[in-house]
Design a binder for this molecule. Structure first.
Ligand code: ZN
Length: 417
């Protein structure tokens, strides 16, 4: 049996459980000091006192590999449950212009916006997308991400959407970060369907979902439920069919305007409702009472100079809150865990313990993986990050700095900074 012992840890900080932690319970994390973690065959076997566990592990295991953590802190591998990480081209000029106040319609007229990314992504070869994806994932790994969600949605046509999902499948085989795939054909209305969003949704239902299901190219289906993009009725039609076909569902909800998207997610049994900058009080209460995870994306609000989602009110209502990057070429060209963690604690008034739960166990719950990853406890996959500091609270205290020293995936060292 292949085993790994990480000894001499100043601290192990982890949420516990095999489902999302809700409301107050998000701050209730488990802390071990002078600790060790023993991993067998890729799974966490035991967490406990460093000296005691080391003695037992060394005595019982001949093939034991030992890491001396030299008083570092261990936290679960970070999970990013909302990314649009695979696309062609970039829009730095547009970002700069928007911050200088150029209206969005003018940016579109200059050839910017999602259509520009769509064109670049349609033109990119699989090989090119693979290269772009490998670069991004290796950078994400260095920030401590061990599992991410990845959405399609920059092809919109059948051919390119399948290409994006297939390349994500290839990326899964080529590097250590696990990728959970989401089909987001309903990201925008493509030029071919201009003014006919309902027909586009029907085309997705009739022509795309059956192919994705048959070829097992995605686990989730997502929709951009927003005024001027897809209505609640269109979102409901798509997600209800997707769910009936066996997909797990999630949605972009209440980002710009309060449409009741989060409440719709609760009604339909969505695994997560994401963004929520403009969520209504009624829907905060519904998320608080239900099982749909509230995924908040503070870097997007920051980059768009918008008010942050009401994290505190969601927590007080009893909701399970997760944090994600929303990495995409338009509104948020970053997946910086240090930035997201810092914004959550400093600007959104979450505690460091709540933010840790939101980036690990609850983020795993937002992609249906809480039974498998997101915490350091017996039975979970050995996905662990060693931080070069003695205490997890440095994640917000040492603001904006990458503290990750070593990344362990399935009980193996996969990256050292
Ligand atoms: Zn998004």
């Amino acid at each position: 049996m292949k085993s790994l012992l990480i000894r001499n840890l100043a601290q192990v900080a982890t949420p516990v459980g095999f489902a999302a932690r809700k409301g107050e319970a998000m701050g209730d994390i488990r802390l071990y000091t002078d600790a060790a973690i023993w991993i067998k065959d890729g799974r966490i076997w035991e967490v406990g006192d460093s000296q005691e566990l080391t003695q037992r592990a060394v005595a019982s295991d001949e093939e034991l590999k030992v890491i001396d953590a030299q008083s570092q802190c261990a936290v679960p591998g970070f999970v990013d449950p909302h990314t649009h990480f695979l696309f062609g081209g970039a829009r730095a000029e547009e970002f700069d212009a928007r911050l200088r106040g150029v209206p969005y319609m003018e940016l579109l007229a200059r050839g910017g916006g999602i259509v520009s990314t769509m064109q670049h992504t349609r033109q990119a070869s699989e090989k090119e997308l693979l290269r772009i994806g490998m670069n991004t994932l290796s950078s994400m790994l260095s920030l401590g991400y061990t599992t991410i969600e990845g959405k399609s949605g920059y092809g919109l046509d059948l051919k390119t959407e399948l290409k994006l999902l297939k390349v994500m499948g290839q990326l899964q085989e080529k590097q250590p970060v696990d990728i959970v795939r989401t089909y987001l054909g309903a990201h925008a209305v493509p030029p071919e369907y201009k003014g006919r969003s309902g027909e586009y949704i029907q085309w997705i239902i009739d022509e795309v979902l059956p192919v994705i299901k048959k070829e097992k190219l995605a686990e989730f289906v997502d929709v951009f439920c927003e005024k001027g993009v897809f209505t609640n009725e269109e979102s409901e039609r798509l997600l209800a069919v997707a769910k009936y076909m066996g997909f797990a569902i999630k949605l972009h909800a209440d980002e710009m305007t309060s449409t009741g998207g989060a409440g719709l997610g609760c009604t339909l049994g969505a695994v997560s409702a994401d963004h929520l900058l403009a969520i209504s009080d009624a829907d905060i209460a519904r998320l608080g009472a239900g099982d749909t995870v509230a995924v908040l994306l503070p870097a997007t609000a920051f980059c768009m100079r918008k008010a942050f989602a009401p994290a505190r009110r969601l927590l007080e209502a009893g909701a399970a809150v997760a944090l994600a990057s929303d990495f995409n070429p338009g509104s948020c060209y970053t997946y910086s865990l240090p930035l997201i963690f810092g914004l959550a604690v400093i600007a959104m008034n979450m505690t460091a313990a709540e933010a840790l739960t939101a980036c690990t166990l609850n983020a795993a719950a937002a992609i249906n993986r809480a039974d498998f990853i997101g915490s350091i406890e017996k039975g979970k996959q050995g996905d662990i990050v060693l931080l070069d500091v003695p205490d997890y609270r440095y994640l917000s205290y040492k603001t904006g700095i990458n503290l990750v020293k070593t990344v362990i995936k399935n009980g193996e060292i996969v990256h050292v900074n």
